[in-house]
Design a protein. Structure first.
Length: 134
């Protein structure tokens, strides 16, 4: 019962058993795990649009919102547009300037090459492009 050999013996045994197991797991886990995340990671980047289409989860249909152009309501897809493309969508001639109404008397012209984020409810005006303001 009080044999001193027994406890250390048992102890050494479990210690011994743990070590090979340990290095094995470490080894396998490392090799195995390393090869795994790679295809996985690539896969994830592939589904990048999931990040984007967060707003309309269930309807694959484009998310249409109403904006106004010269006080006429127009339905277009929400999203980011190049101003030149937005003019096409709104039916504004390329030689006109698209202005965004920010408030009474405040409608700065938008640069054709800039981007605008449409979320719905925006009001736009089309204005004749002035050559030089002198």
């Amino acid at each position: 019962m009080h044999n001193p050999e027994q406890t250390p013996g048992r102890h050494a045994h479990s210690d011994h058993g743990e070590q090979p197991g340990h290095s094995l797991t470490g080894h396998e886990g490392h090799g195995g795990q390393h090869a795994h995340p790679e295809p996985n990671g690539r896969h994830e980047q592939h589904g990048h649009h999931e990040h984007h289409g967060h707003h309309h989860d269930h309807h694959p249909a484009p998310h249409l919102v109403t904006v106004k152009i010269d006080n006429n309501p127009v339905e277009i897809e929400a999203g980011t547009y190049l101003v030149a493309e937005l003019k096409k969508k709104l039916g504004v001639p390329a030689d006109k300037v698209l202005e965004k109404v920010l408030g009474p008397g405040d409608f700065p012209p938008l640069d054709d090459n800039s981007h605008i984020h449409v979320i719905g409810g925006e009001e736009f005006l089309s204005a004749v492009r002035t050559g030089s303001s002198s």
